[in-house]
Design a protein around this ligand. Structure first.
Ligand code: SAH
Length: 252
């Protein structure tokens, strides 16, 4: 029995965003477990079994992967972006913690990858050049009141904010409500960027201000970045400005 489990992120888009370590794990896998959408992004090795599932049953997916590993198989669990950022890695550890003691002896590794926030920031310039925080606007797994409180405190602390999951097919109000909270604590001139489908054919980037930001631009493919009071724009002729946050920050 020499099974192993690798929990990997595929990056935000195609194979060029994937680390060689992740590509090697996929090439050695006997079983690949993940959400259907992510399985469609890979070319599995011959003979590998794909276990696709719908969004929402992460724990069942994680338990299944651990069972296959215990049976001696080489198993890869895939997430989009980085598996540790609002992805499958936490579900695997939740399953492992609540599972049979033998699971703690399995050869489990999490392989890091490029998260959407880093991909979006790179396209836009260097908005994460100084302190930032990342928030998930989905209220599937936490109350909206918690999200509002964290948004308000992060805005007051003048972090650059990366907002994941600003909308989904089932939720359209989150981004609008989030901007309402942020407008109470940040100047209308604060820079806001919408980065959608970064790295994919339908990539779209839009830079505006908090005062003018239109929440309906955000959908489930969008990461929203909100600048701190130090974040600046460098205008460029005929194209989007660069945005960046200087390495030194003013007092707030
Ligand atoms: N584990 C993933 C995040 C999963 S949550 C990661 O590390 O990136 C899903 C959210 O990630 C989306 O709603 C969106 O906010 C963001 N996202 C994922 N891929 C993206 C991409 N290519 N461009 C912009 N945002 C993306």
């Amino acid at each position: 029995m020499s099974g192993w489990l690798r929990v990997v992120g595929l990056g935000p888009a195609g194979a060029e965003w994937r680390t060689p370590e992740v590509a090697d794990a996929l090439a050695d896998a006997q079983h690949i477990v993940g959400y259907h959408t992510y399985l469609r992004r890979i070319s599995p090795p011959a003979g590998a079994t794909l276990h696709g599932s719908d969004n929402g049953d992460e724990l069942a997916r994680a338990r299944h992967a651990l069972e296959l590993t215990q049976g001696g198989a080489r198993v890869v669990v895939v997430s989009g972006g980085d598996a540790g950022v609002f992805g499958m890695a936490a579900a695997v550890f939740e399953a492992l913690e609540g599972g049979p003691p033998g699971w703690r002896e399995l050869d489990v590794r999490v392989l890091p990858a490029v998260t959407a926030m880093l991909a979006a920031a790179a396209r836009l310039g260097a908005p994460l050049g100084h302190d930032f925080c990342a928030l998930n606007l989905s209220d599937n797994l936490k109350p909206w009141a918690t999200i509002e409180r964290r948004l308000a405190l992060a805005a007051q602390a003048d972090f650059v904010l990366a907002l994941y999951n600003p909308a989904s097919q089932a939720r359209s109000e989150q981004a609008r409500l989030a901007f309402e909270v942020l407008r109470q604590h940040r100047a209308p001139s604060a820079i806001v960027a919408f980065a959608s489908s970064v790295g994919r054919a339908d990539e779209e980037l839009h830079i505006t201000t908090l005062g003018e930001a239109d929440a309906t631009r955000a959908d489930m493919r969008t990461l929203i970045l909100v600048g701190s009071s130090s974040t600046r724009r460098i205008e460029r002729p005929g194209t989007l400005p660069w945005i960046y946050t200087p390495r030194g920050s003013r007092a707030v």
